[in-house]
Design a protein. Structure first.
Length: 211
């Protein structure tokens, strides 16, 4: 299979942002005067859109306020509590040098925040586009579809690279190949239960597949 268009998830795939995300959820529950969930429970919040997580965990009227509190924390502090996974920069550098590859970020993270985080981590120059969630397109499939449409990406040579079941479901929904990476936030059971087309357990395996 020839891969020409690569759509990377951000959190848990390229970037270990778990500390900032965890702290953001703790702050939000504390400020709303609600019991703070366990570390294990908070781990499950990493992947889906914020709006979806909060609506499932707290009342619908508090959910909008929770998103606001979380974003305030994340924009001022949380996004800077992140670092690239080992080996990722090298993979991106190699891909960028290949004129036959186009690489994008497609994340459920709020789009302006995703762009700011990439700028902070020195990632922006590697990508042909950075796409995140917007009020009109929250879910991974929506974000992917927008990126595919805007770039006229051929679906038969496109792949999503991600660490959670939401990435795999999003890829299948829009009809592109799925590549699961096992070092991120998703549990490997739920990730591999989606039957991804390809699996990478480390960045060397990722490079071997994508090159």
């Amino acid at each position: 299979m020839t891969i020409t268009h690569i759509f990377f998830d951000l959190d848990g795939t390229l970037v270990d942002s778990s500390e900032g995300i965890h702290n953001g959820f703790v702050q939000t529950f504390e400020r709303l005067g609600l019991p703070v969930p366990s570390d294990k429970k908070i781990r499950t919040f990493m992947g889906p859109p914020l709006e979806v997580t909060f609506k499932e965990e707290i009342s619908e009227e508090d959910a909008a306020q929770a998103v606001k509190i979380y974003r305030e924390y994340y924009e001022t502090k949380g996004q800077f509590e992140a670092h690239l996974y080992d080996g990722i920069k090298e993979v991106l550098q190699e891909l960028k040098q290949n004129p036959n590859k186009k690489i994008y970020i497609t994340t459920s993270k709020n789009e302006p925040v995703a762009q700011k985080m990439c700028q902070h981590l020195g990632l922006t120059a590697y990508f042909d586009g950075i796409y995140g969630s917007t009020p009109a397109a929250l879910h991974k499939a929506d974000v992917l579809q927008r990126a595919i449409t805007e770039n006229q990406s051929p679906k038969d040579s496109s792949v999503i690279v991600g660490d959670t079941k939401y990435d795999m479901i999003g890829g299948k929904t829009v009809g592109i190949k799925t590549l699961a990476v096992t070092w991120g936030f998703g549990t490997n059971d739920t990730l591999l239960a989606e039957n991804p087309d390809l699996v990478a357990h480390n960045t060397q395996e990722l490079w071997d597949i994508l090159k």
